[in-house]
Design a protein around this ligand. Structure first.
Ligand code: SAM
Length: 298
């Protein structure tokens, strides 16, 4: 109790939360700590975990600056939450951007950001291309990381939508770099690309939503043909060592799934080296798993 009270006093806590690990509803530790704090001249308030929740809302921790403490009786250690993710800007980019098309798939901005980071590494000073840009999710995350972006899509509506979304983002963030968005088939993009591209980050066309099991194998074959054609075309303008971070869908049917991208194993013909293919992203109830594959132009 004294260690906790002293810690809170030193931290100049105005609000604090305190519970034993795994017992967010047990508030017994709060009263003696508050008494000690009072003796130290502090009137910090105790913030309870809301009913039905296991932790404080991250927004309360970050915006109200609550000192959120968790005690582990087994080890005798006291833990302080030092950072909590503010999900609101992520949710905003996911749901409140002006152009949204549920039909063309919904790449979560956090996954787009992960893919951008895998491609850029520690150098944001690069140009990111998304040749299947859809609503511009990848391009927006790349811009926020400080990259320049080039986007293209076969659908003029999506090209216009991406431009509108990027305009929306630029109105909210100053100093974002340049963006170009054009209409093009990803398989013939080399004919239109005049800007230097450093990396490709893309979630390509995933086929019709929820294909039946019977159709899935043929759909996967068709998609592989598209992906192979596109990768071959991009190798015409990518520099040696340029990274491609790309989603390959696997269609899920219970415990089984129909994958795409099997051709990657014949990569000696592809013009790319395989960097990794061990990252998978699955969302509850969604009919596809996204495999994130990283290739490098050889
Ligand atoms: C799954 S969506 C990408 C969604 C995007 N990641 C987003 O978050 O909005 C695939 C996109 O590929 C486009 N597309 C389909 N076939 C294409 C092709 N051959 N070349 C270029 N774009 C294509 C579709 O118009 C669609 O916008």
């Amino acid at each position: 109790v004294s260690v906790t009270a002293n810690y809170l006093h030193k931290a100049k806590a105005k609000d604090f939360s305190l519970y034993n690990i795994g017992e967010p509803k047990d508030t017994r530790a709060a009263a003696p700590v508050k008494d000690e704090l009072k003796a130290l001249g502090s009137s910090a308030r105790y913030v309870r975990i809301p009913i039905g929740k296991n932790t404080l809302d991250p927004i309360i921790i970050s915006s109200q600056k609550v000192v959120d403490l968790v005690y582990d009786p087994k080890s005798g250690k006291l833990f302080h939450t030092v950072w909590a993710s503010d999900f609101r800007p992520w949710q905003d980019r996911d749901r409140s951007k002006p152009y949204i098309t549920p039909k063309s798939g919904m790449l979560p901005p956090k996954l787009a950001r992960i893919m951008v980071n895998l491609a850029l590494g520690t150098n944001p000073n690069q140009t990111v291309l998304d040749p299947f840009c859809g609503t511009g999710t990848v391009l927006m995350e790349a811009l926020l990381m400080g990259a320049s972006v080039v986007g293209s899509d076969i659908s003029p509506d999506h090209v216009e939508g991406t431009q509108i979304n990027i305009g929306w983002l630029k109105a909210r963030h100053s100093n974002l770099k340049d963006s170009i968005v054009i209409t093009s088939d990803a398989v013939h993009l080399s004919k239109q690309i005049s800007t230097q591209v450093d990396v490709v980050v893309t979630e390509p066309f995933l086929g019709p939503p929820n294909p039946g099991r019977a159709a899935a194998t043929n759909i996967a074959k068709g998609l592989d043909k598209l992906y192979l054609g596109a990768l071959k075309d991009w190798s015409k303008f990518l520099k040696p060592g340029a990274k491609v971070v790309m989603v390959f869908p696997h269609f899920k049917f219970g415990k089984n799934s129909v994958p795409t991208g099997r051709f990657i194993d014949r990569r000696e013909n592809l013009g790319y080296n395989l960097v990794r293919q061990d990252l998978f992203f699955t969302r509850f109830k969604e009919g596809i798993t996204r495999q994130i594959v990283i290739l490098e132009k050889n």
